[in-house]
Design a protein around this ligand. Structure first.
Ligand code: MN
Length: 417
């Protein structure tokens, strides 16, 4: 695969995140107007609602794109997905129709690209699970006995999934100091990030219908960057025995562009060697992970951004397809618009850790930012930005960015006594 040339000149560069090879899907508006489905090409957006209305794109069973999100198109299935991608490729390729309706990305405001049906977050990165388990339970008990057999996860909240650029409010919650008998209620003092990839379910499955890993892979419409904001002090007090609750319910940020499974095909890679053989229903028929370079930057208020971690999605122990197959294995139906968080993506090196909890080893080893300030956890006014891209030969498949700034916790009248 090489760089595919477009008549949109800004797309024709090895450094362009959105070349013709990519074609990620989003929802935008201009000047407070209606939310509109679009596809990124170079520094522009092709208005797909206008293109469909003008007859430049015509899909079986359509129109699908006169909608404020991608859910209808996602539910239409793989043949329609492939047809749309082929028609957009023809339209935007060199020699295509230069009358296609384009909007400059700098003039557009991005919105949630799909309506999130439900959000499930996994814990499927082994380096992360080892690091956190070592901190909480010691190296001998770091991995729970189920970990090498099940992609473990919890059912999170869809209601607080927000698009990149949305401010995040520091949560209040209950915490208890190790030497204290009674808990207290107030702002989280150990606010953290989790660098993850989100997989988006396109086609649904029925109640009682299990899925093979191959079927699960075919149901995934695409992927986004995902920051699973986490309040570590609230989590430490509440998490046993049912797992995280309020510590992760307050916000999850995603990047605005859905990078499709089709765009990522050249970057498929295998999961790491199995330490224990998986049960047959979880075995992968082929490479199901992707080689996607990821990084996190922290920018203090008024300061410059410092890259604090660099890692790769290929570090995951379980793929999204395995997670989806496991999710449906009980008969749990999966819906169009379900969002599956990969789990924190940490690599083996210290610089590849995808959370501040790991990077500062529980707050014991502060990070020094380029501006000279130090951080253990996130402070009010800090902005966290995730970056991601698959690097091809002479082109890239960019994910754009997933960014959020922290606002102070709200004051409760009852707290002021
Ligand atoms: Mn998470």
């Amino acid at each position: 695969m090489a760089l595919m040339k477009s008549w949109v000149a800004s797309a024709n560069s090895a450094k362009a995140p959105f070349p013709l090879n990519n074609l990620p899907y989003g929802v935008f508006s201009v000047d407070g107007g209606a939310r509109t489905c679009g596809v990124a090409i170079g520094d522009m957006i092709l208005d797909l609602d206008a293109a469909e209305m003008a007859g430049l794109i015509a899909l079986d069973g359509g129109p699908y794109l006169d909608a404020p999100n991608w859910n209808d198109l996602m539910a239409a299935g793989v043949d329609v997905w492939a047809d749309l991608r082929a028609q957009i490729t023809d339209l935007l390729a060199e020699g295509g129709n230069m009358q296609a309706p384009l909007v400059a990305q700098t003039d557009a405001k991005m919105h949630m690209p799909f309506a999130v049906s439900e959000f499930t977050d996994f814990y499927a990165g082994k380096h992360h699970a080892m690091n956190v388990g070592t901190m909480f339970r010691g190296p001998e008990n770091a991995l729970p006995p189920n970990w090498l057999h099940i992609p473990i996860g919890y059912n999170g909240r869809a209601s607080s999934v927000v698009v990149s650029g949305t401010d995040v409010v520091r949560p209040n919650g209950q915490t208890r100091a190790p030497d204290s008998e009674m808990p207290v209620f107030g702002p989280s003092m150990r606010l953290d990030i989790e660098l993850e990839i989100g997989a988006i379910v396109g086609r649904p499955s029925a109640l009682g219908q299990p899925l093979t890993v191959a079927e699960a892979d075919e149901m995934i419409f695409g992927y986004v960057l995902l920051n699973d904001w986490s309040a570590r002090d609230i989590q430490a007090w509440e998490y046993q025995p049912l797992g995280p609750f309020q510590a992760k319910a307050f916000a999850t940020s995603i990047s605005p562009w859905i990078v499709t499974r089709a765009a990522l095909e050249p970057f498929r890679t295998t999961t790491p060697a199995r330490e224990k053989e998986l049960l047959p229903y979880l075995r992968e028929p082929g490479p199901m992970l992707y080689d996607i370079e990821l990084s996190v930057a922290l920018q203090p208020p008024g300061g410059t951004a410092t890259t604090i971690a660099c890692t790769n999605y290929n570090q995951m122990y379980y793929s999204a397809a395995q997670q989806l197959a496991h999710h449906a294995s009980s008969g749990c139906p999966m819906s169009t618009g379900d969002l599956l968080g990969s789990g924190t993506i940490s690599g083996p090196e210290k610089s590849a850790r995808g959370s501040l909890l790991e990077l500062t080893w529980g707050g014991k080893e502060p990070l020094t930012l380029d501006c000279g300030e130090t951080r253990t956890f996130i402070e009010d006014g800090d902005t966290i930005t995730l970056h991601g891209a698959a690097q091809g030969d002479g082109y890239m498949i960019g994910f754009g960015t997933c960014s959020g700034s922290i606002n102070p916790a709200p004051k409760f009248p009852a707290l002021e006594n």
